[in-house]
Structure formats: C-alpha cells, structure tokens
Design a protein around this ligand. Structure first.
Ligand code: SAH
Length: 326
C-alpha cells in the first residue's frame, strides 16, 4: 500500500490493530506532510513495522512548461499513463489545479480531456503527490487546490474524498475545505454533497436542458432542474460555471433565460472564455461576453468573468490531456 493513500483515521486503525498506540498516526502525518520525509530509512521500531506494509512509490514530473502566471506539469504514473496539473499564481497566493482521473468518461463535446475515454481512476496518493511534487519542484507553498484538471471528481468519489481528508487533516498539511474547490459536471452523486464544506463549482454551461443535453450527455442523468434544486437546498453558496461558446449558448436571449433560471438561487455565475482545442468550437467575442455579462448583472445576478491562466501553455480549462504530447 502507498503510504500517501492512508487517511489519518486509517493509520490510527492500522496502529490499533497491531496493539500500538494510535497516537503514532500523528507522528507519521507530521513526518509525511510537514517534515516531508520520503522514506522510512531512519531506523526506529515503528519504521521497521511501516516498511513491511507501506511504500513511497511516487509520480514523476516528466515535463514542465511555464508562462507569466502559470506552470503546467506533466506527471508520469507507475503504469506509464500520465496526467497534468497546473499551478496558477493569483495575487492572493498559489492554486494548483489537479487531475482526478486518467481521461474522462463524461463526454462533454467541447472538452479535450473528454476526447480520451477514462483509462482509470487516480488513487488518493496520485492526487496527494501532484500537490507535494508541485510544491517541491516550484519551491513554493500552494495554498489552494482546485479539482478541475482531467477527470470527473465525483466519478472517482471515494478516492477524491480520501484525498480531501488526507490533505485537510490538521496534523498533516491542514489544507482547509474553504481552500479546496471541487468542479463537477453534475452527476447524481452530487446529491450526497449537500453538507460538504469544500467549495463546489458545477458546470452548467447552458440556460436550458435542450442546449445542455447537446453539449453534455450527463444532462440526461442529472438535469438542470436537479442542479438548481441541489444549489437551492445547499447552505453554502455554489459556483455555476458557464463556458461561452460562440453561437451556441451566448445570445442575449440565452443570458435572459439564464438570469431567470438562477433568480433567487444562492450562487454566482462564473463565465468562462472558451479555450481553443482541436474540437470544433469557437470562443465568444469579447464584446459578446461583455453583453452577456451585463444582462446578468442588470438582472441582479452575481457574475464574474473567469481570469485566464495558461492558455498559451495549453494549460487552461479543458485543454489538459492524458495523452503524452512529447
Ligand atoms: N469534470 C469536471 C472538472 C473538470 S473540467 C467538470 O466538468 O466540472 C473543469 C471545467 O473546465 C469545467 O467547467 C469544464 O466544462 C470546463 N472546460 C472544459 N473544456 C473547456 C474549454 N475548452 N475551455 C474552457 N473551459 C472548459
């Protein structure tokens, strides 16, 4: 078993089962996530026990590219698959966008990551290590984590929940839920997340089911009504993401319909400029986006236009690939 797969609770149980004091979990978490040890070579009785059951198998950075405000890292995994993560430098600190699966099965027609079917889920250690390796490589602390890279986080539910638990634990890294954002295209599993304290961003991308079903097959399993109901019953504010696709969902009528749809819902709309892919979609013009945005604002809807990161690196939303392009 990889040591970075272990939640604090699982480590406590591991020690208890062996008649050891479960408080040792605290020492291990401290060693792993604060001192950043990467082996059990230091001889001690506990290390001898751990060595038998756990390994530190890692993931490797096989390519790194940078631009002014972003760094893209390509990670090689133990089975020769690869995934990407992107560091974004905001004025308020660093955020890392990590991948949760190799490929993706959601089939959104505009998304590069979906062009490759899901190969497999990432294990918790492969998500934890995207974060630790990125910090080590860049020599910088990463304060925020967004699950917006390759994959649908809720299609890898248990592993993603373990990951959040591991990086969030106060005896380890202590990344608070308010610094973690899960982005989901909206799958029925979402209904289990009413109480989650992480930030949630749901990919809405259309003002009605007719357009959404054309763009996102998942709409047949979890429709716009499901998303709105979920958002209404959640205590925390939810982000609704809306990609601006020229001639598809960006007209004034679409904006008015969207405003009606989310009126009174505890959310804000994040308008995302479409990033170019090899797929046949075009980004809305700056003017179109500005008109769309003002209709929302004039209708009393909270909205922002997403700041762009890394589009020169093909590191922006929807451009990440599980396929090695080297
Ligand atoms: N599967 C999750 C998270 C990964 S994608 C989800 O669907 O939310 C993160 C966001 O980028 C989603 O809103 C997705 O729809 C969007 N996206 C995909 N392709 C894009 C592109 N080419 N340009 C801009 N955003 C894109």
């Amino acid at each position: 078993m990889n040591i970075y797969n272990m939640t604090f609770h699982a480590l406590e149980a591991y020690f208890s089962e062996r008649g050891e004091n479960k408080a040792k979990a605290k020492i291990i978490f401290n060693n792993l996530y604060r001192k950043r040890i990467t082996n059990f070579d230091l001889s001690s009785r506990i290390n001898e026990i751990l060595k038998k059951d756990f390994n530190f198998e890692s993931i490797k950075i096989i390519e790194k590219s940078s631009c002014s405000n972003a760094v893209k890292l390509l990670f090689g995994l133990y089975d020769n698959n690869s995934v990407e993560a992107v560091l974004m430098r905001h004025d308020y600190g660093n955020a890392l966008c990590i991948s949760t699966q190799v490929g993706c099965n959601m089939g959104c027609v505009f998304c590069q990551s979906g062009a490759m079917k899901k190969v497999r889920d990432l294990q918790p250690f492969e998500m934890v290590l995207q974060l630790l390796k990125a910090e080590e490589e860049l020599g910088e602390k990463i304060n925020r984590v967004t699950l917006m890279g390759i994959g649908e986080p809720l299609d890898n539910f248990e592993n993603v929940m373990d990951f959040i638990n591991i990086i969030g634990h106060r005896h380890g890294r202590g990344t608070a839920p308010r610094h973690i954002t899960i982005s989901t295209c909206g799958v029925p599993k979402l209904d289990e997340l009413h109480e989650i304290s992480c930030n949630l961003a749901i990919s809405l991308h259309a003002p009605n089911n007719e357009i959404r079903s054309r763009l996102m097959p998942v709409n047949n399993a979890y429709s716009i009504e499901n998303i709105i109901d979920f958002t209404k019953t959640r205590k925390k504010k939810t982000t609704l993401e809306y990609i601006m696709l020229a001639g598809i969902n960006d007209s004034d009528d679409n904006a008015r319909e969207l405003a009606e749809l989310v009126r009174g819902v505890n959310c804000y709309i994040n308008l995302i400029p479409y990033n170019e892919t090899s797929l046949n979609f075009a980004r809305s013009s700056t003017e179109r986006m500005a008109n769309f945005y003002s209709i929302l604002i004039q209708s009393g809807i909270r909205a922002v236009v997403r700041k762009e990161f890394g589009s020169e690196l093909k590191a922006a939303c929807g451009q990440l690939s599980s396929e090695r392009t080297l």
